[in-house]
Design a protein around this ligand. Structure first.
Ligand code: IPM
Ligand code: MG
Length: 365
């Protein structure tokens, strides 16, 4: 198939990790006979430096015309003056809003070979397989902001329709998994959360085959650490989802591992690792590219409907996590290029094996 993919390297380690994901996508295209074109565009601080704004019109136009967008990370100390008029993060938020990608999927699983890196004990990590569905284009991130001499406000606003579409997506996804949805809110305090909960209960009536549970966000922050394996799909609003998924990343062993897919109504989507720009290690060739490579796998699956290819990339990453080499955040010494080469080699090995033993013919796994 043919696909146009926009690459937004962004800031910090963004260019290094997206370069690895592109190499992986190129290998996938070569092996499976697809034609992917990569269109690199500016976003975030890099775009502020070059064009004076974090989301130039050319970038947005390219993203809107693309089949999928793969982003590295935005932000860094250079642009974080609290009095700055423009910030890199505004580019990312504007892009999410403009693309209408309201559902942010952030899967959490713990690779057995990495269990020792998790702050949780082994027995808590068994069978952890959570899909966070974070509302991505509403709430306090996008509400009116005011600033006076000695006060500030961020309006948190949700419409019923905004809640319903993301909650419906969560229930649909649960049907392809273990049929359990946990909705996270703060309905004992916040009006937006009471609207959220009422909407969840109404939508849930259409999914009698899916079990529903409500949790308050403070309690959920604790439960995620005490019994992470009891969750399947977790759906929540924008800010709660931002916070809980960083916590989830720590459970997996490193923030560098987790991918995300941001989806709207169509097939096009925005894919990015959940980590930030990591300015402390940027440009050193030591960033862990795996969160971005796994985001590319999600891109193959959700925007291009290439599930076999997505699984091949995930299997290659699984192989590297099992056998190494490992980047520094995973307790190893490997640089980004070494991890890239290992993923590419594992991918080639996986494909060669799949060709030699096609499905059904494969006798012993
Ligand atoms: C994330 C990031 C972003 C967010 C920042 C960079 C604006 O933390 O994708 O989780 O808060 O959404
Ligand atoms: Mg975040």
């Amino acid at each position: 198939m043919k696909a146009r993919i926009v690459i937004l390297p962004g800031d910090g380690v963004g260019p290094e990790v997206t370069a690895v994901a592109v190499a992986v996508l190129e290998a996938v295209a070569a092996h499976y006979g697809h034609e992917f074109t990569f269109d690199r565009q500016l976003v975030g601080g890099a775009a502020i430096d070059a064009a004076g704004e974090p989301l130039p019109a050319a970038t947005l136009a390219a993203c809107q015309a693309a089949d999928a967008v793969l982003l590295g990370a935005v932000g860094g100390p250079k642009w974080s003056d609290p009095n700055a008029k423009v910030r890199p993060e505004q580019g990312l938020l504007a892009l999410r809003a403009a693309l209408g990608v309201y559902a942010n999927l952030r899967p959490l699983s713990v690779h057995p070979a990495l269990a020792a890196l998790s702050p949780l004990k082994d027995e808590k990590l068994r069978d952890v397989d959570v899909l966070f569905v974070r509302e991505l284009t509403g709430g306090a991130y996008f509400g009116a902001k005011t600033r006076g001499a000695d006060y500030a406000t961020d309006e948190c606003r949700y419409t019923e329709a905004e809640v319903e579409r993301v909650v419906r997506r969560a229930f649909e996804l649960a049907r392809g998994r273990r049929r359990h949805v946990t909705s996270v809110d703060k309905a004992n305090v916040l009006e937006t959360s009471r609207l959220w909960r009422r909407t969840v209960m109404r939508v849930a009536a259409d999914y009698p085959d899916v079990a529903l549970e409500h949790q308050l966000v403070d309690s959920m922050a604790m439960l995620l650490l005490t019994r992470p394996a009891s969750y399947d799909v977790v759906v929540t609003e924008n800010l709660f989802g931002d916070i809980l998924t960083d916590e989830a990343a720590a459970i997996a062993g490193s923030l560098g591992l987790l991918p995300s897919a941001s989806l709207g109504e169509g097939r096009a989507g925005l894919y990015e690792p959940i980590h930030g720009s990591a300015p402390d290690i940027a440009g050193q060739g030591v960033a862990n590219p795996i969160g971005t490579v796994l985001s590319a796998a999600l891109l193959l699956r959700h925007s291009l409907q290439l599930d076999v290819e997505a699984q091949a990339v995930e299997a290659a990453v699984g192989h590297v996590l099992q056998h190494g080499p490992r980047s520094r955040d995973l307790g190893g010494h490997a640089g980004t290029a070494e991890v890239r080469d290992a993923v590419l080699a594992a991918l080639a090995g996986h494909i060669a094996h799949a060709d030699a033993f096609p499905r059904g013919v494969r006798a012993c796994g």
